[in-house]
Design a protein around this ligand. Structure first.
Ligand SMILES: Cc1ncc(C[n+]2csc(CCOP(=O)(O)OP(=O)(O)O)c2C)c(N)n1
Length: 360
């Protein structure tokens, strides 16, 4: 029995294409991406790093509400998202706002979500996604269902869901991957293993050496990827997507990554559970630094281009927070109206009362 487990664990080696020095170390796995694609991926990662820095500052100024920092996870988030097609459907967690932005969610709406405004939870029709899930793991079972729906309708689209190592410790995770495997759902499960569920390290959450190997018990394919390597994350997701739409079943992708900042801006202090050495070790693996080195070696990137992205991000962020600030405050009657198509009698009476108060 011990040998069986050891044999399984040995097979889950970390998939990498671009090493920390920005060199291609796995030529045959290199995805087919044009120079324009490579540059676009870099633009998105740089933009997202700025978005994170500005969002943290806006939160500290009291202009945003709930915010979960993303720096360090750009390759996991945006490499996987870049492998999607227009109609693929995202079921994100609270840290996955960047994927929603690149899926087409207007930034001011992301900011309204942060402020707890109902408009921030209303996805525009063309944005194939639900709003970020706060209940850990709940999106995993939903993604299995959405992926099964696509299969039943014969659509060549997938559902992709994101969670963390903590999410992979929840019962919903096991139900979701098992169900998806049993029914051949067109779903890709991405677990961004950023090493901690708030303060609990992943090794305290599971005896398994990898999260990827949990695919084995569900009878689906699983892969552990260097989550700081945007090319590896892209290639793994692309392949998982192809397999899903070709009737070859769902895939579990574990990306090894790190969040540089606190868990959220609501008072978490990472110095209480992480050492500076660990932080430094992970910062050496930075996804943007290594991708920049790679692009520069191919003469595809310059400081000037990077500064252009930074300026554009800053301007768009400024406009978005202004628009969010200028959005009318939500009222009690708004909440009633968005919850019900037809109000029950007792709420109808209350609605009238509130409408009266709100009109003053
Ligand atoms: C069902 C449930 N239990 C507990 C919580 C409180 N909680 C919020 S975030 C979190 C940790 C999640 O960690 P992980 O899935 O690794 O994601 P990360 O925050 O690292 O991205 C917990 C336990 C919750 N939101 N939902």
């Amino acid at each position: 029995m011990k040998r069986t487990l050891e044999n399984i664990e040995k097979q889950f080696e970390t998939f990498q294409i671009l090493n920390e020095q920005g060199e291609i170390v796995n030529e045959e796995a290199m995805p087919d991406l044009s120079d324009d694609d490579l540059k676009e991926i870099m633009r998105r990662m740089v933009y997202t790093r700025i978005l994170d820095q500005r969002s943290i500052a806006l939160n500290r100024q009291g202009r945003l509400g709930f915010y979960a920092p993303t720096a360090g996870q750009e390759a996991s988030q945006l490499g996987s998202h870049y492998a999607l097609e227009q109609d693929d459907f995202i079921l994100p967690g609270y840290r996955d706002v960047p994927q929603l932005i690149w899926q087409g969610l207007p930034l001011y709406k992301a900011y309204l979500f942060s402020k707890g405004h109902y408009i921030g939870n209303q996805m525009p029709e063309e944005v194939k996604a639900v709003s970020p899930q706060i209940i850990i793991g709940a999106q995993i079972t939903q993604a299995a269902g959405v992926g099964l729906g696509f299969k039943k309708r014969g659509e060549k689209t997938i559902a992709i869901t994101y969670t963390g190592d903590g999410g992979a410790s929840q019962g919903d995770f096991y139900e979701g991957v098992n169900f998806a495997g049993a029914f051949g759902a067109q779903t890709v499960f991405v677990v961004q293993n950023n090493q901690y569920a708030i303060s609990v390290p992943s090794e305290k959450q599971t005896a398994a050496q990898t999260i990827a190997q949990k695919a084995v018990a569900a009878g689906i394919e699983g892969i552990q990827v260097d989550g700081m390597d945007v090319l590896a994350v892209y290639a793994a997701t692309k392949e998982a997507r192809e397999r899903a739409i070709n009737g070859e079943g769902p895939t579990l992708i574990e990306t090894l990554t790190y969040r540089y900042g606190p868990h959220t801006m609501a008072g978490d202090d990472p110095t209480r559970y992480r050492t500076e050495d660990t932080d430094n070790e992970w910062e050496q693996k930075d996804p943007i630094v290594r991708f920049r080195k790679y692009l520069e070696s191919k003469d595809l990137w310059s400081e000037e281009e990077e500064n252009e992205v930074i300026e554009k991000a800053k301007e768009e962020i400024k406009a978005a927070i202004k628009e969010a600030d200028n959005t009318a405050k939500q009222k009690v009657t708004d909440l009633m109206d968005i919850m019900y198509e037809e109000l029950p009698q007792n709420l109808q009476e209350q609605r009238e009362e509130y409408a009266e108060k709100e009109s003053k």
